[in-house]
Design a protein around this ligand. Structure first.
Ligand SMILES: C[S@@+](CC[C@H](N)C(=O)[O-])C[C@H]1O[C@@H](n2cnc3c(N)ncnc32)[C@H](O)[C@@H]1O
Length: 264
């Protein structure tokens, strides 16, 4: 097994730098670990020269070469590879959450069906302040989809029902979640172009895991899943190809005290 790029025994975090396809294979071969929960935020294959708006200015949507489309077949095969490996790495009752826009999420749903996974929910993450649509030829894009899937049809997944009611004024929580983009404090040590908000992972991990559970994120980015895992006393393994995002994650992992104690 490749040596970790970063290991923090106190916060129970390990970060591997490299291609998740290879590292997922190594984790499978090592037979040491199965995960109770996986959060996967794969490339959306969106960075192909379009424009958007940020702080009132026209900006490129290009997020990095890792987000460039390689064509339908290659994108599909990449998604098939990482998702089938993640399925193998789940415990029998483990679940995976996958976020994406329409550019990839339908293709991923098809793959999940082929792998005979069990669909639990289709969460719509609604962003209250999305950038306006510059062309004025479409509705403003303001949502992402998060698929929640269990390993297979026999899985008895964990759902912390009382928690979900408690955060929703004692009512059953619906599958549309309105959550703002990451707060300033979450970007204190640097920016990642597709950083997920703390709040989103907080709901996901509190809903589907318990203290001490093993959590995996094969597309670690700025380390949001690891930050929330550590604050909630879970054990985390992240995989990230880009060294600069590994280094940003380490800063985020080493400064957990900036989150209010209510986050714990
Ligand atoms: C959509 S972002 C994840 C953002 C993350 N959820 C966060 O909150 O910061 C996807 C990340 O996956 C990384 N990535 C893309 N392809 C990869 C691969 N084959 N192996 C490992 N990491 C990869 C990119 O560098 C990028 O940081």
């Amino acid at each position: 097994m490749k040596k970790e790029y970063y290991k923090n025994s106190k916060n129970k975090i390990k970060l591997y730098q490299g291609d998740s396809i290879k590292i997922l294979d190594e984790l499978i071969k090592s037979k040491k670990i199965k995960f109770d929960c996986i959060f996967a935020d794969p490339p959306y294959f969106l960075s192909n020269g379009g424009v958007s708006v940020k702080n009132g200015k026209r900006v490129s949507v290009n997020k990095g070469y890792w987000d460039k489309s390689k064509g339908i077949e290659k994108n599909f095969n990449f998604n098939l590879k990482w998702l089938s490996k993640c399925q193998k790495l789940l415990t029998n009752n483990g679940t995976i959450w996958i976020s994406g826009t329409f550019h990839i999420i339908y293709s991923i749903a098809y793959i999940a069906e082929k792998l005979d996974m069990k669909f639990l929910n289709n969460i719509v993450w609604q962003k209250p302040n999305p950038p306006p649509n510059l062309s004025c030829r479409y509705f403003t894009h303001s949502t992402e989809t998060i698929l929640w899937l269990a390993k297979n049809k026999k899985s008895k997944h964990q759902f912390n029902y009382n928690y979900t009611k408690n955060i929703n004024k004692n009512k059953q929580m619906k599958d549309v979640w309105t959550i703002s983009s990451p707060k300033k404090i979450e970007k204190q040590f640097g920016k990642h172009p597709t950083q997920k908000p703390y709040k989103l992972l907080d709901i996901i991990l509190n809903t589907s895991t318990s203290e001490g559970d093993y959590i995996l994120d094969p597309f670690n980015g700025s380390g949001t899943t690891g930050v929330v895992s550590a604050l909630k006393n879970r054990r985390y393994i992240g995989i990230e190809k880009e060294k600069k995002y590994c280094d940003l994650s380490i800063k985020n992992f080493e400064n957990l005290e900036r989150y209010p104690s209510s986050s714990k």
